[in-house]
Design a protein around this ligand. Sequence first.
Ligand SMILES: [Cu+2]
Length: 689
Amino acid sequence: MLMTLIWVFLRVMPVWAADPEIDRLLRSPIGKDWVTNGGNLTNQRYSTLKQINTSNVKQLKGAWMTRLKGSGFDAKSSFEASPLVKDGIMYVITGHDDVFALNAKTGEILWEYWSGISQNRLLCCGWANRGLAMGEGLLFFGQLDATVVALDMKTGEVVWKTPIAQYEDGYSITSAPLYYDGIVYSGISGGEYGVRGRLTALDAKTGAILWRSYTLPEPGEFGSDTWPSGTDHAMRGGAPVWNTPALDSELGLLYFATGNCGPNHDGSMRAGDNLFCASMMALKAKTGEYVWHFQQVHHDIWNYDAASPVVLFDTVINGQPRKGIAEAGHTGWVYILDRTNGQPLIGVEERPVPQEPRQKTAKTQPYPIGDATVPQCADKLPDYDKAGCIFEPFWETPVPVQPSGDGGTNWSPVPYSPETGYFYVSGTVRTSAYWRKGDKEFVRGKSYGGGAQAPPVGSPMSGTFTAIDSKTNKIVWQHKTPYRLGGGATVTAGGLVFRGEPDGNFLALDAKTGEELWRFQTGFGADAPPVVYEVDGEQYVAIATGGNVTQGSAYGDAVWAFSLKGQVGPLWPPPPPATLAGPLWIYSRWPAVLMASIPIVTGVVTVKAGDNNKEYTYSPARIRIQAGTTVTFTNVGELNHTATAFPKHEWDTGDLASGDSKAITFTQPGIYYYICTPHPWMSGQIIVE
Ligand SMILES: [Cu+2]
């Protein structure tokens, strides 16, 4: 009798949820609030707000711009986060894992959390954090020290911290977590350090680890026959998860994509397809149990990892309603599958590919039916015998291949509009020369690349922005962009696609036609995915502008919000990123990079900042003087500037307001570089003889 009563009670009791309001918002179309990285559980980044639309977007201006106190304002950091907004408060995390709460209407800083994270990190690709999650009054995020942290949303106080892996072994977290129904789901990074990829589920209230689901099988587990038997290569084979998962609450499935195999460019010791590298995966959301996988690249040696967040969408194909999932890869293709079972929705063909027996290359590779968003063959270059197309293998002689492992779609989120049925894909056009570098022992916590890829010096780098029809996987329209695109985009019911550019511009396009409707200079590399929200009846569009190491764009520490009533005008353009590859330009935003191309002037003892209407310049930028000479620095620009010796700080003009001057006498012979502290991409040189 008692048993029956309990059974009846359980049957009629509604399902208990720890945060029913957030769960409901996560399952609903995106409205006033933006409560998770991808907007809701689908990662669609489609906002239903339409106060700002194709007819009035030209009036859009800055509502506010807030600088985040220098957090992540340096050459090693990228600002990749989508701000979250709930009840008029914005939460944003920088590349240094520092979190700020802002008044979403005014930009005023309400509280701040400084991670204090140590500067000695094993990181392949710079300092980055792709965002936050929220639920149960807490904000969740991963840190570069492989720790998941929960802060009190009201105060920014730490509620719990859980290390989910050893950072000393090369693990870090760069992806935004996902919160749903009492669970925080976090990925892991470190594919360049011989890590074992995993998805970790934590109890949102306590931070306790509920389960780990590994993306690399142990001997005997499903998929282990795709690695050489009797070896432990799979245990350090990479397949990290560095994007936010999506979740289908009806199917009870969690989805994500995995990174490259390790070692990245040496497949000689890991014969087989190497599951589950470079794959889309589905797990049971409650238990982490494997449900299905789809591998985009077998036995990857090109760094073609699946890095962009998966997108869930519903569609009708041949008259049948279908539940879709899509992911845009480094390969340049969009992979469109049925999310109930991982089978292709439109079609993927396994085709034979060129072979290199020493690399143990896979015999065939998946070719999705449809169009690629970037060119898939390299141009013939003078110093190389070969020009490789996608899946061209290599050994120890460098072979240029396109797309490169830094090409196609990287971490950039891809929005989907249910109105147009299009995906909006950011792409990078870039060739890499690949080579394997001898046999290399695995050492825990050390780089485990097995070779390298580098863009041939002087080879062009650019971008594409493409609307792909979800029903055909074909290009509807495409923009060729002067710079590599990396920030991703967001689409609205107002018929607009918003996206940034690494030269600082923030753009609104017509979602149907691709026509550019609006453009605004933010003053910093605009390489983060925008978000859309509403406070007190007014719609805003916001973007973090802090540049990106991979795009080589100007760094910053700013968040911009735009509205139709906004009054804040554009800033001066920062220096644009390089469009040709060069040895120092690759991952560097070092100020001395372009110095060699600037003429050296003698007989001049006055240096002007902001001369000739070029705000972010010194002129002349390079002078040669005798020891004992006094040089006068004058600010003839509009903004405050400094001239500060770099990197040793031997001398400094301090802040010069417009019209101010400062004289400095140089007694010690030497070669001095200097930068402007508030605008560190401004640089000059003084040669003292
Ligand atoms: Cu300046």
